[in-house]
Design a protein around this ligand. Structure first.
Ligand code: PEP
Length: 256
């Protein structure tokens, strides 16, 4: 069985002070080691240290970053390396988020380099794919997601595939309050798994976790997480509130 992952993407929110407060306010229940459920938050770079310091000892909540560069070091102003994330102890890194694709020009080739670098340095990439509204309206969503997945994961071995997490995030559902229906999510997740089976193999495709992202919140999480190919959520807005995040972890625990 695949372990459910509830991962918070804090985007450009939550400075060090708010980050420390978040951990203080998080329910103990959400920080327990729950069999079959993993929880993680991905604060901005400047708040990572605060997150590690504020996380209670023994807390099972993992910490990740929202981006990383693919080179080891050098003249890359404003960038952060995997070695830097590893010094802190980051477990995850979000790669290829639609906001990075749209505002920072990241394409599948760049995402692919970052995925390979994160894997080589032992950080689990959460690789985002998803269509924009016009692509769904034109019925091109499967084609677009297929191309993003193939490009972002190009050259990985089947074994490496099992070490990553994929997040299907329909762009039209991110931060809009509009969620994909559980049926739409399941349909796309099953499609992605089918593509991965063809590109890699059945075993690896059935092992890899595919998260749903796009306005997931306590109100709609249960139905989404019930879908057989939905293995968790990448959550923006609702992950900023300790009570909502705790509730999302509890809902995931209830799926077991
Ligand atoms: C995201 O940015 O990854 C996301 C899913 O955001 P939201 O939950 O706010 O739609």
């Amino acid at each position: 069985m695949r372990t459910i992952l509830i991962a918070g993407n804090w985007k450009m929110n939550m400075g060090p002070k708010e980050t420390a407060e978040f951990f203080t306010q998080l329910d103990d229940a959400a920080q327990k080691n729950i069999e079959g459920v993993e929880a993680a938050v991905c604060p901005p770079f400047v708040s990572l240290s605060a997150a590690f310091s504020a996380r209670k000892s023994g807390s099972a909540v993992k910490i990740g970053a929202q981006n990383v560069h693919f080179e080891d070091n050098g003249a890359f102003t404003g960038e952060i390396s995997t070695a830097m994330l590893n010094v802190l102890g980051c477990d995850f890194v979000i790669l290829g988020h639609s906001e990075r694709r749209e505002y920072f020009g990241e394409d599948d080739a760049v995402v692919n380099k970052k995925v390979k670098k994160a894997l080589a340095d032992g950080i689990t990439p959460i690789v985002c794919v998803g269509e924009v509204l016009s692509e769904r309206k034109e019925d091109r969503h499967f084609e677009v997601v297929k191309e993003q997945a193939a490009g972002s994961l190009d050259g990985l071995s089947a074994d490496e595939l099992t070490k990553i997490v994929i997040a299907y995030e329909p762009v039209w559902a991110i931060g809009t309050g509009e969620t994909a229906s559980p049926e739409q999510a399941q349909e796309m997740h099953a499609f992605i798994r089918e593509q991965l089976a063809a590109l890699f193999n059945e075993d690896a495709a059935s092992t890899v976790r595919i998260l749903y992202g796009g306005s997931m919140k306590p109100d709609n999480a249960d139905e989404l997480l019930k879908q057989p190919d939905v293995d968790g959520g990448l959550i923006g807005g609702a992950s900023l509130k300790p009570a909502d995040f705790s509730q999302l972890v509890a809902i995931a625990a209830g799926q077991k």
